[in-house]
Design a protein around this ligand. Structure first.
Ligand SMILES: [Zn+2]
Length: 70
């Protein structure tokens, strides 16, 4: 493994650790003017792409719906 690959893997692991340890994400666009901007959580500092953010928010919504149905 090259040094670049190692540092990339370390960065990915650190980001996943931040995201997994977060009590609740609040995603904000990193580059508001860009169409494909990534998002950074204002709580944990973890970064995510639009797919992750959308899935997270949909999971929250489904959780609320399920909780309301019980
Ligand atoms: Zn977070």
């Amino acid at each position: 493994m090259t040094l670049d690959a190692r540092s990339l893997m370390a960065a990915v692991k650190a980001n996943l650790g931040a995201l997994e340890g977060c009590p609740g994400h609040r995603f904000e666009r990193i580059a508001p003017g860009q169409i494909f901007s990534k998002y950074r959580c204002a709580v944990c500092g973890g970064t995510a792409d639009l797919d992750f953010k959308t899935g997270y928010e949909q999971g929250l919504q489904h959780g609320k719906t399920s909780a309301g149905a019980v």
